[in-house]
Design a protein around this ligand. Sequence first.
Ligand SMILES: *Cc1c(COP(=O)(O)O)cnc(C)c1O
Length: 434
Amino acid sequence: MKTNRIFKTPKSARLFAKAKAVIPGGVNSPVRAFQSVGGIPLFIEKALGPYLMDADGHRFIDYVLSWGPMIVGHAHPQVIKAIQMAIKKGTSYGAPCEGEIELAKTMVQMVPSLEQVRLVNSGTEAVMSAVRVARAYTQRPRILKFEGCYHGHADYLLVKAGSGLATLGIPDSPGVPEAIANLTITAPYNDFRVTQTMIESHAADLAAVIIEPIAGNMGVVPPHPEFLPWLREITARHEILLIFDEVITGFRVHKGGAQGLFGIQPDLTCLGKIIGGGFPIGAYGGRKDVMQLVAPAGPVYQAGTLSGNPVAVAAGLETLRLLKRPGFYNDLEAKARELAEGLADAAKSARVPYYQTRMGSMLTGFFTHEPVTDYASAKKADTGRYAKFFHGMLKRGSYFAPSQFEATFLSTAHKDSHIRQTIAAARAVFQTLD
Ligand SMILES: *Cc1c(COP(=O)(O)O)cnc(C)c1O
């Protein structure tokens, strides 16, 4: 392994130039391009345990973990073995197979509110499908989402809030017709008053309220302790379905997801990321009376050529088996606490304004001295300072997310020595930030 001190990435630079010729922006998902931190994205050659290895031969302790899925680390021997066994039996059938039942059964057993579940191929697809079922069930068109929550890139979910008491959605992206964005209303995360106003004034045509029960896509923002119980109560009162988007939090914060952690039962749940063990997958499920509307049991159409793919299912099942082991989440929790406390302490020593959030093994250090409770307060973070932190850490061998508004994730492959190494690097980097 080369030392990362002399940090040059000529191979990544060459690959990025080539990629840009044939792929828009050189990447297949925007945040990978390092635009918000500047510089050239690293092209990855391989990943093993807690490490990423780039094309120029550098090794990094990985705190992105493919944006969450790799909770047992990269290329876990048991997951690889399960994939190899599966792959020998063919890679897609377009017909049902037994593994799908096992994965569905495992999810139903582990996630409290799931009675039935349908597999899809991404988190985006899971959310799209859950919203369609919610609209069919309630026979209402509108949905409410929270500012700063990401639910995949379906048209009506690419809606950013306007300022203040934003009412009707403004499309976040060209290509999203206003007529469609108008079906989405938004409220600030953790804001009881605005949420109540929005729900009460739109109750008659509101199909669902969708929320990340722990926000992970504006950086990690935990819910106010009363917010989710209150949301459960008010949605039920108005016969609006409550959808938990647990694409990140599912199997991340607890073996029953955020709903298991908090003891709240949504009507529908979206899953993804961890349940594929690194393969493309998603799932949506919940109350049986609602899920029975999905074709062919019911009239709501939703399908997928590769859905329930036997290799993805095998990788996901093995991952879920591993995290059922006793002590799995305690171990993650302890290491995440150590990392969060170490980073916060390093910031404090260097007198850098910093606000640390954490729920289980997902955390964010915001470069602001004010508490972060919603999108507006998250946005106060100094992204320039984050960019410096990011590049300083990269140079010293730790790969954090290339944006302030993302989560830092841990896996069970991260050992105390990795955490200590990262904290030591952070101590040095924070000294350069004031
Ligand atoms: C990642 C994510 C999605 C989208 O999942 P994809 O597999 O990227 O389509 C949806 N919701 C949340 C909360 C996510 O973090």
